[in-house]
Design a protein around this ligand. Structure first.
Ligand code: ZN
Length: 221
């Protein structure tokens, strides 16, 4: 199994400069454009839409459960959009199940889900479908992106930091298996109190994908 530092180096990051990899976006002028109550099968949330521009049709979304106590650490899932998994329940990944479980836990524990519009780890749906074809030829999820000349992970978690601080959530229990996401939030202004694993059972179709996440990308389970 590769160490996280090796993985980062493999992705072109100098071991002593992880902040380069984490690409925290600065100088954004993102703000809350609108907010509404959102009853869901898991409970009542407030949904807020964040973007730089009020006409943006793909704003980032925050869902905060009605029982969240923002004066204490809040259980937070930072979820990156996965159209295929979240909306169509694709079995190629575990995103749809992770999102559902996160909403369920947010309702149970007074938590929040931050939904970032960075489809396919930031490469977009078109490139994701191309990468799936390569995966069908035997490439793993990281190598398929590399083959297409795309970054393995081009996500920016500085967006989540901005949204959380705007929501008045300064301290979190982070619901994730991704060590890079933990690191990104640890160097942010948001205080990370603990890490809560998000356990999803592997299926036949996504077993290889989950193994790659664990062995190549250093995900914790
Ligand atoms: Zn997915």
């Amino acid at each position: 199994m590769r160490l996280l530092s090796d993985t980062m180096e493999m992705w072109g990051c100098k071991k002593n400069k992880p902040q380069y990899f984490l690409s925290i976006v600065e100088n954004m002028e993102m703000k809350k454009q609108a907010e509404a109550l959102m009853p869901t099968p898991w409970g009542n949330f407030t949904m807020s839409a964040y973007s730089d521009d009020s006409k943006d049709k793909m704003p980032h979304i925050a869902l905060v459960h009605e029982s969240a106590d923002r004066s204490a650490p809040v259980l937070v899932r930072i979820h990156s959009e996965c159209l295929t998994g979240d909306l169509f329940s694709s079995n190629r990944c575990d995103c749809g199940e992770q999102l559902e479980r996160a909403l369920e836990l947010a309702a149970e524990k007074g938590g929040a889900v931050i939904y970032l519009r960075q489809e396919g780890r930031g490469i977009g749906i078109i490139n994701k479908l191309k990468a799936y074809n390569l995966q069908d030829e035997g490439y793993n999820t990281a190598d398929a992106n590399a083959h297409l000349g795309l970054p393995v992970d081009d996500r920016h978690y500085g967006l989540a930091e901005e949204i959380l601080l705007d929501l008045g959530i300064n301290s979190i229990h982070i619901l994730t298996n991704n060590p890079l996401k933990i690191k990104a939030m640890e160097i942010s202004k948001v205080n990370v109190v603990s890490r809560v694993p998000l356990i999803i059972k592997a299926k036949k179709e996504n077993e290889f994908y989950l193994r790659t996440k664990s062995e190549i990308m250093g995900h914790l389970f």
